[in-house]
Ligand binder design. Structure first.
Ligand code: ADP
Ligand code: ADP
Length: 240
């Protein structure tokens, strides 16, 4: 069963401006851990951002969990976004907040403004956040400010926050490009492990082809707004 269908997707950022996506189509199934690779400027980030409508498609359609995202009004869009876990390149944590509060903020969904502090959350949310922080190896950093952590630790907070709302898909936009190679491998390995355990399909924009081949089971190659390749990572080599 496909969780996500991208159909003939076209995007221009301005009327009459250059076409950034030129008719992309693919499906993501419930078992996919799928990398989107390609040179800088290929449109990878634009593609990921269309799926939760951070970018409005100009043409084509996106069917997520069986419904078209394009016609959704703001309330429906907000509900849909709560079913999507996002992990970002720059982590997008609130620096002055604790690790725990950052993870709990995921409970409010990606677009929700964070209004209350963690004492306001029910015990089951707090237990769940603690459980996830333990799973990402940050149980000893719960009360620290987010900006007291290293880059790799910050991205682990990002992972725990994304999982907090029990997402049905994870969208990752260059989750490791701010991290060094060793830490990047650890972070991707952790995402792979948790996504497999919780049975969450993943679509991951990633610039490191070798790392994509090591951690993902499917590769979508993009170039100049087109999909150039779509196939299993197994058996592929970097120079292919
Ligand atoms: P990639 O993630 O593959 O590097 P992007 O999707 O970020 O590619 O960018 C593809 C093209 O779209 C680039 O030429 C970039 O300059 C352009 N672009 C990206 N975001 C915007 C925007 N908000 N407004 C106008 N052009 C944009
Ligand atoms: P409960 O499901 O009883 O509310 P927890 O929230 O602690 O209890 O999670 C129960 C199990 O589900 C734990 O093993 C936890 O690691 C796992 N889990 C955590 N996050 C997710 C998720 N996003 N999707 C599915 N299972 C998850």
């Amino acid at each position: 069963m496909s969780v996500l269908e991208v159909c003939n997707l076209k995007v221009s950022y301005s009327a009459g401006g250059p076409q950034i996506l030129k008719g992309i189509g693919f499906e993501v199934g419930s078992d996919d851990f799928c990398a989107v690779i390609g040179p800088s400027g290929a449109g990878k980030s634009t593609l990921i951002r269309c799926i939760n409508r951070l970018v409005e498609p100009t043409e084509g359609d996106i069917i997520l969990f069986g419904q078209s995202v394009c016609p959704l009004k703001s309330g429906e869009l907000r509900r849909l976004r709560r079913r999507i876990g996002m992990i970002f390149q720059e982590f997008n944590l609130v620096n002055r907040m604790s690790v725990m509060d950052n993870v709990l903020s995921g409970r409010l969904g990606y677009t929700g403004a964070f209004r209350s502090f963690f004492k306001a959350f029910p015990k089951e949310d707090i237990d769940r956040a603690l459980n996830l922080l333990e799973r990402v190896g940050l149980q000893d950093h719960v009360d620290k400010r987010a900006d007291a952590l290293s880059g790799g630790q910050r991205q682990r907070v990002g992972i725990a926050r994304a999982l907090m709302q029990r997402p049905e898909i994870l969208l990752l936009d260059e989750p490791t490009s701010a991290l060094d190679p060793k830490i990047s491998r650890d972070v991707m390995g952790l995402i792979r492990e948790l996504a497999a355990e919780f049975k969450i399909p993943v679509l991951c924009n990633i610039h490191d082809v070798q790392l994509a081949l090591e951690t993902c089971n499917r590769i979508i190659g993009m170039q100049d707004g087109y999909k150039k390749f779509d196939g299993p990572a197994k058996g592929m080599r970097k120079q292919d």
